[in-house]
Design a protein around this ligand. Sequence first.
Ligand code: ADP
Length: 188
Amino acid sequence: MNIVLLGAPGAGKGTQGDILAGKLGVSKIATGDLLRAAVKEGTPLGKQAQEYMNKGELVPDDVILGIVEEKLASRDAAKGVIMDGFPRTIAQAEAVDDLLSARGSRVDKVVTFDVPDGELVIRMLGRAQVDGRSDDTPDTIRKRLEVYRSETAPLISYYKRQSVVTSIDATGTIDDVAGRVESALADL
Ligand code: ADP
């Protein structure tokens, strides 16, 4: 079962993705986490990605596809994966469709996380104080929301054409949202 969690930065995909991966016993592919690990290790990939991330821009598709291709093709992923923060552009979504269909699989469900912009900003500013992410500054947050609207939100229509989208209200407690995610997946 392949599930995409789609939503603006700060919508809670990471938290819910971890909960869901635990419940379903499948792995989670979170490109933001993979990139942050590469930045921390100071790898060439990390150095390249950091500039984009600090500006709130997207890391180029070929770089992202380079890091996820192997993971999507792994034996472990054959059981299904939860994609968090990926795909983020139409080109990435098309690449995922190609990779999955090559092994007779597909994106089974896309859960979109709805949170009002004001709340997203409050959450990200709060997170900045807790774990000091270098891209959680007011200017970068604004830019990331803008990039989400222009580059990533169009994926909702893309997946609607495949009839796999369920939208949930992602405000409330973590447990509230986890319950809604579970209901969204009930028909799988
Ligand atoms: P958030 O969803 O809170 O913005 P992420 O941790 O998913 O955070 O991503 C942080 C940054 O990493 C993004 O702003 C972007 O620069 C980069 N990034 C992560 N995933 C992708 C992706 N699939 N494509 C392009 N850039 C990405």
